[in-house]
Design a binder for this molecule. Structure first.
Ligand SMILES: [Fe+2]
Ligand SMILES: [Fe+2]
Length: 194
């Protein structure tokens, strides 16, 4: 399965070497973290490889996939901005094209863009690996990568907080889930430092 996915990715991203590098960077970071947190590494590898599988679908293509596959499609389409849709559509492609049924993999793909409160370790690892993989060079990503060595929840909080500020500065709508996630990880941060 992993071999097939890699072959597909190499074809899909033939003209997008940076995206391919990013995907492999997320895979490497996720495996590194998975070893620390005793996770099933093949689940993490699969989720990492597929997390951006629909990244270059058009807004209309993503909306159609969400519409056809989610009971709460309207809530998703209205509640999230278009940059976040690919998490939801990516999950569907993982299920339909690659017959993946494991929820650790599927929900990690679905929630990799902005996270959510109370993430599982798989969701958290894919989310933070996407933000901190070695090809990310923004100051905020480097800051989160450093925090990750000490405390994954603190790194997650920082990544969500920075992403919210980024979207706010752009004037984009920030999904409610992002604020809820920030609040959730802020509470953890504060309780850990009491
Ligand atoms: Fe993504
Ligand atoms: Fe990504």
């Amino acid at each position: 399965m992993i071999k097939t996915i890699i072959e597909d990715l190499e074809k899909t991203y033939q003209n997008k070497p940076k995206r391919l590098k990013h995907v492999f960077g997320v895979r490497d970071m996720a495996i590194k973290l998975g070893k620390i947190y005793n996770c099933d590494l093949s689940k993490l590898e699969t989720a990492a490889l597929l997390h951006d599988i629909t990244k270059y679908y058009t807004k209309e293509e993503n909306i159609k996939i969400i519409h056809d596959n989610y009971d709460n499609a309207l809530e998703i389409i209205q509640g999230y901005n278009e940059f976040i849709y690919h998490g939801f559509s990516g999950r569907v492609i993982a299920e339909t094209k690659y017959q993946i049924t494991d929820n650790d993999i599927l929900s990690s793909i679905e929630h990799h863009t902005i996270g959510k409160p109370n993430m599982t370790i798989y969701e958290k690892i894919i989310f933070i690996s996407d933000y901190t993989e070695e090809n990310r060079t923004y100051d905020n990503c480097i800051k989160a990568r450093k925090l990750l060595e000490k405390d994954i929840d603190l790194a997650v909080f920082t990544a969500i907080d920075d992403s919210i500020k980024f979207y706010e500065d752009l004037g984009d709508d920030v999904p409610k889930t992002a604020y809820e996630a920030r609040e959730y990880y802020k509470q953890i941060k504060e309780s850990n430092h009491d």
